[in-house]
Structures are given as C-alpha cells and as structure tokens.
Design a protein around this ligand. Structure first.
Ligand code: SF4
Length: 228
C-alpha cells in the first residue's frame, strides 16, 4: 500500500466504506456536531490523564507550525525512544508502507512490549477491538515484539476528587484483548478493498441506516440523508 492510511481511516472503512471515500474526496462535507466534539475533547482529556498510569513516561507527540501533528517527527521520536530503552512511551508512532498508527501507551516489559489503548468508556466495545487490531498489525509489521494488548477503560464507580490529582489506579481498569483481535489475513483483505475503493473516483453506493449512527455518529449525515 503506497497511500497514507491511518487507524481512523480503517475504522471509518469498517463502519461504512462510503464514509472513507467521502473523507478522501469530499472532506469539506464532514461536519462534527458540538456534542460529538465535546465527547472527543473529553476523551482526549481522559487519554492525557491515563499517560501517567505506569509512572514516568515519554510522550513523543510533535506538532507542525500550523498545529497539526508532525507524524514524521513522532515516528522518529519513537524510534529514538525505543533505541534508548524508554520504558513507557506515549503516543508511540509507527508507519509501515504508508500504514500509520499511534498507540496511547507502549510499555516495555522483560519479554517485549505491551500496548494500551485508552477509551473514554466503561466497557470494551467491538470497535475498540477493531481499532486495536489495526494497531497490532502495524506494530508487528514494524518489528515490535508484542507480548500484550490492552484496552484501558474508565471505572464508572470511581469518584474523582474535586481538587487534586485523581488516583489513576482506581480511575482506570484494563483488559487484555490479544485473543480477541482480528487475524492478520482479514486485516490485509480489508486494507486491499479499502485501497481499491480509495483509488476509485466513483462514489460508492451505500444506503443510510443504523451504521450512520453506530459505533460513531457519522459527520456526513447531512450530505447523505439530504440526498435520499
Ligand atoms: S451518513 Fe451513513 S451512508 Fe453516509 S457516509 Fe456516513 S455512514 Fe455512510
């Protein structure tokens, strides 16, 4: 695959192939509802907190002058952190033939690395497994020796103190999901279909339905629903 592909593109494709096509050819039609944006912001804040789950960490995030992520620098920073033997790398970034991904937490253990994806949710959902499957695929292709894959969820019973730092061990829970991830061959098939579709200039036909709302609210609803 020679194009730039990401975890969010992979998940868009699985939710609705047309969503991925529209993101590629008609991105200006994408609209994020305020409540969706608020949820994303909340998710980012939860992700930032979870970085400290295993104590000291190195975050490799790098931004360009225009504020967008500098993916190349993040990949370079990750390589350097791996060489230096850093034990907890946050936003660890990898690319394999144009397939890009960043994992929330990459943790070194005696036998290899574990990765942790943080979700602003109290339960592990199927979409979390799909997105972690893509991550595991890219990491393994990049030669990272993985010995564990986890989804970090928020403990709904935990009451955050009004002031001071939350107790991260009590606030978060994590679940090993390695056995529930999609096989490599299935991911490769999905990626092939997605690549063929992205290369086509013809908008795919797809009726609106339940998939427009789940697992995520699609930002092209105005466009698609308006057309029907
Ligand atoms: S609104 Fe529905 S049909 Fe249109 S791109 Fe989104 S998920 Fe697909």
């Amino acid at each position: 695959m020679s194009m730039f592909f990401s975890k969010s593109k992979y998940c868009s494709f699985l939710q609705c192939p047309k969503m991925l096509w529209l993101k590629t050819y008609r991105p200006q039609l994408y609209e994020v509802a305020p409540e969706v944006q608020a949820r994303m912001d909340e998710g980012n804040a939860v992700g930032d907190l979870a970085m400290g789950l295993f104590g000291e960490f190195t975050e490799v995030t790098a931004l360009k002058a225009d504020g967008r992520l500098d993916v190349s620098r993040m990949i370079e920073n990750t390589k350097n952190a791996l060489i230096a033997g850093v034990s907890v790398i946050c936003e660890a970034s990898f690319s394999y033939h144009g397939l890009y991904c960043a994992v929330d937490i990459l943790r070194k253990t005696e036998n290899g690395y574990e990765f942790y994806e943080v979700k602003n949710s109290s339960v592990v959902k199927p979409i979390h497994l799909q997105d972690a499957s893509y991550q595991r695929y890219v990491l393994e292709k990049c030669g990272v020796k993985l010995v564990g894959a986890y989804i970090v969820t928020v403990n709904p019973d935990y009451q955050r103190p009004e002031t001071g730092k939350p107790d991260l061990q009590a606030m978060f829970r994590f679940q090993e999901i390695g056995k529930e991830l999609t096989e490599k061959s299935e991911i490769e098939l999905d990626l092939k279909i997605a690549e063929r579709m992205i290369k086509s200039h013809v908008e795919p036909k797809m009726s609106v339905g339940e998939h427009c709302h789940s697992p995520y609210e699609c930002g092209f609803q105005k466009y698609c629903f308006g057309k029907e």
